[in-house]
Design a protein around this ligand. Structure first.
Ligand SMILES: Nc1ncnc2c1ncn2[C@@H]1O[C@H](COP(=O)(O)OP(=O)(O)OP(=O)(O)O)[C@@H](O)[C@H]1O
Ligand SMILES: [Mg+2]
Length: 216
C-alpha cells in the first residue's frame, strides 16, 4: 500500500502539487493522466522518494519513505519499488544489460534466475539482440524498454512508470502494456502516467491531476 498524505511541492515559489492525497492498494494498476506541466512527473518522483515533498509524506506499507536511512533507501530501490523515469536515466557508462542487472546485483538476487528473467523480458520487448550496447548506441525506444526491464528485474512489489510508451510505436506500446498487465496479474502494483486514454485503460483505475490536485 502506498499512501500520499497532503503532499505539496513548489519550484521557485510556484506551487506544483497543492495537497495531494492518494492511496494505491496492493495489486492495483493505476493510470494517472493530466496535461503537460500539470505535475505528474513531480508527483511520481515524490512517490518514489527521489524528491522530498515540502509538506506531507509518503507511506510505503505504513513506513515514511522520507525518513528512510541509506540502507533502507537502498533496499527500497533495489527490489521493493521499480521506477522508470520519463528521461529513462540509464547509466551511460554501463551497457543496457549491466543497467538492467545492477538493481538485482545490489539486492543480492540469484543471478542465474535473474538472467533467465532478463532474457524473457528482453524477448518480450524485442531488445534481446541489443543489450550489449551502451545507452548512447541505442534509440530512445530501445533505452525506454531497457529502463522498463531494469524496473521489473527484481520482481518488485510495486513499479512506477512515467510515460512508459512515450518513445514507442503503437505495436510496441501494446506489447509494453500487455507486459505490465501480466506483471500486475502476477501481483505487482503498477502506477503509470500516460497521455494516452488507450494506454490508461489498461489500468484498473484512472486518476487525473489538474491544478496540482488529484481529480477523478
Ligand atoms: N526541477 C524543476 N525546477 C523548476 N521547475 C520545475 C522543475 N521540474 C518541474 N518544474 C515545473 O513544474 C511543473 C510540473 O512539471 P512536471 O515535470 O511534474 O509536469 P508533467 O505533468 O510531468 O509534464 P509532462 O507531461 O510534460 O511530462 C512544470 O511547470 C515545470 O516547468
Ligand atoms: Mg512528466
Amino acid at each position: 500500500m502506498i499512501e500520499l498524505k497532503n503532499i505539496t511541492k513548489s519550484y521557485n515559489g510556484e506551487r506544483v502539487l497543492k495537497g495531494i492525497n492518494l492511496e494505491i492498494r496492493d495489486g492495483e494498476f493505476l493510470s494517472i493522466m493530466g496535461e503537460s506541466g500539470s505535475g505528474k512527473s513531480t508527483l511520481l518522483n515524490v512517490m518514489g522518494g527521489f524528491l522530498p515533498p515540502d509538506e506531507g509524506f509518503v507511506l510505503w506499507n505504513g513506513e515514511n519513505i522520507n525518513a528512510f536511512d541509506n540502507a533502507r533507501t537502498s533496499a527500497f530501490r533495489c527490489g521493493e519499488m521499480g521506477f522508470v523515469f520519463q528521461s529513462f536515466r540509464l547509466i551511460s557508462t554501463l551497457t543496457a544489460e549491466e543497467n538492467i542487472l545492477l538493481p538485482a546485483m545490489l539486492a543480492h538476487k540469484d543471478m542465474k534466475q535473474t538472467r533467465a528473467y532478463m532474457a524473457d523480458l528482453c524477448r518480450t520487448l524485442g531488445i534481446d539482440g541489443m543489450i550489449k550496447k551502451y545507452p548512447d548506441q541505442l534509440s530512445g525506444g530501445q533505452q525506454q524498454r531497457a529502463a522498463i526491464i531494469r524496473a521489473l528485474i527484481c520482481r518488485p512489489a510495486a513499479a512506477v512508470f512515467d510515460e512508459p510508451t512515450g518513445a514507442l510505436d503503437s505495436d510496441m506500446q501494446k506489447r509494453v502494456m500487455e507486459l505490465l498487465r501480466r506483471i500486475n496479474a502476477e501481483g505487482t502494483t503498477i502506477i503509470q502516467v500516460t497521455h494516452s486514454r488507450a494506454m490508461a485503460e489498461y489500468g484498473s483505475r484512472i486518476a487525473g491531476i489538474k491544478d496540482g490536485m488529484i481529480c477523478g
